[in-house]
Design a protein around this ligand. Structure first.
Ligand code: NAD
Length: 484
């Protein structure tokens, strides 16, 4: 059952910031993989536009190196690599000035899908949108792709939305949250809405609580300046974790289309209660054998920016009243692991008595590593006298279920860039969603600032500050382990 690739029509894709880290590490390797998979035939043009001076051949040589490093699985396929490199072009252009735009205009083809990927700092989003219009490059078939961070707070996100809206219709704006492009995240919707088994239990009557963990082993390396201004709340919670929460908590949309899905996600964000200060733990990693602590890394011995957040959220609606959502994310933790755990309630009455212990079903949706879904069910412990119970996983390992040839699912960037070309906005954030998410996180951050809150130190390589364990313990619960 090898998945069928449906080719897309020829398109022009302009990557502003095409020489930068994101373009070289993610976007161009993703495009190369789709090309190798047969996603398009001839005629596609991928034009990098950036400030530095390169001729197209020099740029292709840079990309060839990046492909060797970031798409090594196609290393031996010289024909494919040279075919892809031939579709690349380069224009020297300053997003904040008018030079280079006429050259870019001449390279574009009329009457085909045209996408502009803003892989540059957010301060250039507005100037780019304006110049694309001013220079007459925006056609009805045009779409723009903007990267995170989308704003620093509600005010700046509103201003950015207003700026983009002055030049483009919402249906042309694709705000990337690459977590939404992950195969398992889409599988979460398939499992919820494609099966009869789960949805009847998907509410506060049967679900005890939900845990969403995004743990990283890396520190702030290379992003110090940005991170010191952002912190984990802005960098991870406001976008990735809230998006995951929305997909878990939302009502079934009437159909799987972009506005129906995004309407339901927006309702979830709007139903979130303000978070109580005693339901949040902030942390900051200290140095260890693996490297410097956060404060040394950012060169600010008094930094109060958090590299870790754990919080308890409540979705105040009919479905979820009384079921807490625990979110946590942090850097320099013991393992890299992104997982959503839906912990169901214990059976209302145990016919097996106290010796059987307490058991709850857990549905785990693992985003990384080892994408897959596991349902823990309770069975009799084999070979024991009496009735002793244990929990064992019913494992939906995609590798085993689908066969190795189907494991090669497109990665998040492959999926999302192709959705831009196909004109499918379902897995992109709408402007009102982003604003609603900031409206929820802003008061939390303002509260920290008003109280002069200092994050709790935690050891690099640990599971985070001890207070995060207490947050759970007070509720008679515990975090599921962060697994490598
Ligand atoms: P980078 O600094 O590596 O690259 C920036 C690119 O923008 C370069 O190609 C540079 O030439 C170009 N550029 C800068 N000023 C320009 C101007 N005035 N006119 C034209 N081109 C100009 O940055 P990056 O890491 O590639 O990040 C790009 C964007 O993506 C940022 O908004 C960043 O926050 C976001 N992002 C990056 C990552 C990542 O993993 N690198 C992840 C998520 C989001």
């Amino acid at each position: 059952m090898v998945s069928r690739v449906i080719p897309v029509d020829p398109f022009d894709l302009v990557i502003f910031g095409g020489t930068g880290d994101l373009a070289q590490r993610k976007i161009l390797p993703a495009l190369f993989r789709r090309y190798c998979a047969g996603q398009w035939h001839d005629g596609v043009r991928i034009i990098a536009a950036a400030r530095s001076e390169h001729d197209p051949d020099a740029f292709r040589a840079i990309v060839a190196q990046s492909l060797a490093e970031f798409a090594p699985e196609h290393a031996g396929q010289d024909d494919l690599r040279s075919g892809f490199l031939q579709s690349l072009d380069y224009v020297q252009l300053d997003a904040g000035a008018d030079s280079g735009w006429d050259v870019l205009a001449r390279k574009l083809t009329d009457d085909r899908i045209r996408a502009f990927y803003f892989s540059v700092g957010p301060s250039l989003f507005g100037p780019l949108a304006e110049r694309i219009r001013q220079h007459g490059l925006a056609t009805p078939q045009t779409r723009i792709v903007v990267e995170k961070p989308f704003g620093h707070d509600l005010k700046s996100a509103r201003a950015l939305n207003a700026t983009l809206a002055a030049y483009f219709d919402e249906s042309q704006i694709y705000r990337i949250d690459h977590y939404l492009g992950k195969e398992t995240v889409q599988n979460l919707m398939a499992v919820r809405f494609g099966n009869m088994l789960f949805e009847p239990l998907w509410n506060s009557q049967y679900v005890d609580h939900i845990q969403i963990t995004v743990a990283e082993t890396v520190g702030v390396d290379g992003r110090e300046e940005y991170y010191e201004r952002a912190g984990a709340m802005r960098d991870m919670v406001q976008n990735h974790l809230m998006q995951l929460l929305c997909l878990i908590a939302m009502e079934p949309p009437a159909k799987f289309d972009s506005d129906a899905v995004r309407d339901e996600k927006l309702k979830v964000i709007r139903a979130l209660d303000p978070v109580q200060p005693h339901h949040i733990v902030r942390g900051q990693y200290t140095g260890g054998p693996d490297g410097p602590g956060y404060r040394e890394a950012v060169g600010n011995p008094r930094s109060t920016t958090e590299s870790y957040v754990a919080l308890r959220a409540h979705v105040s609606n009919w479905r979820w009243a009384g079921t807490p959502f625990y979110l946590r994310t942090g850097k320099r933790l013991v393992a890299r692991s992104s997982v959503i755990n839906v912990i169901f309630k214990d059976a209302p009455h145990s016919i097996f008595g106290a010796e059987a212990g307490r058991h709850a079903n857990t549905l785990s949706i693992r985003l990384q590593p080892n994408e897959g879904i596991t349902l823990k069910v309770t069975i009799k412990e084999p070979g024991q006298g009496g009735m002793r119970l244990i929990d064992v996983p019913l494992d939906m390992s995609f590798a085993e279920a689908l066969g190795p040839e189907n494991l090669d699912a497109p990665d998040a960037y492959e999926r999302l860039v192709m959705d831009v070309i196909r004109g499918n906005q379902t897995l992109f954030m709408r402007g009102d969603e982003v604003e609603a998410a900031w409206a929820w996180t802003d008061p939390i951050i303002a509260g920290w600032q008003a109280r002069g809150d200092v994050p709790k130190p935690y050891d690099s390589g640990s599971t985070g500050p001890g207070d995060a364990e207490l947050l759970m313990k007070r509720d008679g619960r515990q975090w599921q382990g962060i697994k490598p």
